[in-house]
Design a binder for this molecule. Structure first.
Ligand SMILES: [Zn+2]
Length: 173
C-alpha cells in the first residue's frame, strides 16, 4: 500500500466515522462550547458581542424567532413565567398608582418610549421595570415605564449603566 492509498483509506474512515457518529460529535461539541462558555470569559464576551451585533442588524427578525422558540419551549417558558411572577410578587412594595398608570397608557392612542422617545401605538407598548426585578428593582410605580418593543427586548435584564454600552442609541442622551 503506498502513501496515497493509505491516506485515502484514513479519509474514508474519517468520513464514515463522522457520518455514523454525528449525534455523538454534536453532543461533544455542545459540551465543549458549554464548558468553554462557563470557564473562558473572553470567549463568553466574544459570543455575547456576536449575539448583540446580530440582534442590532436583525432586530426586526427577533419577534418571529422568539415566537418560534416559545412554541418549541412551552415548558421552559411556563417555568420562567412562574419564576417571574414569584419575583414580582416579592418585589411588589407599593401597588398604588400602578393600575392608574396602566389605564392611562391604555387610554392613549400613542405613547412615547421612555428610553428612545419613539412614538409607539399604545397597544404595542411594553411595560418595563427600569431597574430589572432580578437586579433588585421593585414592582412599583417609580420603577415602571412604557418602552417600545425594541428597547424592551434589547434592554431585557440589563440596568441602565450597562445597556448603552451594548450599542443602544438614545435620542435624548
Ligand atoms: Zn424605545
Amino acid at each position: 500500500m503506498n502513501t496515497t492509498t493509505q491516506l485515502t483509506a484514513i479519509q474514508i474512515y474519517q468520513k464514515e466515522y463522522r457520518s455514523t457518529h454525528a449525534e455523538k460529535r454534536k453532543a461533544y461539541a455542545k459540551e465543549y462550547h458549554k464548558n468553554r462558555y462557563a470557564n473562558d470569559p473572553a470567549y463568553k464576551a466574544k459570543l455575547k458581542k456576536q449575539l448583540e451585533d446580530w440582534g442590532r442588524i436583525n432586530h426586526n427578525k427577533r419577534p418571529s424567532i422568539y415566537r418560534k422558540w416559545r412554541l418549541k419551549n412551552l415548558r421552559t417558558c411556563a417555568e420562567h413565567a412562574s419564576k417571574r411572577r414569584a419575583l414580582q410578587k416579592r418585589a411588589t412594595v407599593n401597588t398604588k398608582g400602578i393600575q392608574e398608570f396602566l389605564d392611562r397608557i391604555k387610554s392613549l392612542e400613542f405613547v412615547n418610549c421612555y428610553y428612545c422617545k419613539a412614538l409607539v401605538p399604545s397597544r404595542k407598548i411594553h411595560i418595563d421595570h427600569i431597574v430589572p426585578i432580578c437586579k433588585g428593582g421593585n414592582h412599583e410605580i417609580s420603577n415602571l415605564c412604557a418602552a417600545c418593543p425594541r428597547c424592551n427586548q434589547t434592554k431585557r435584564e440589563k440596568t441602565l449603566d450597562v445597556w448603552p454600552l451594548t450599542g443602544q442609541r438614545f435620542f435624548n442622551f
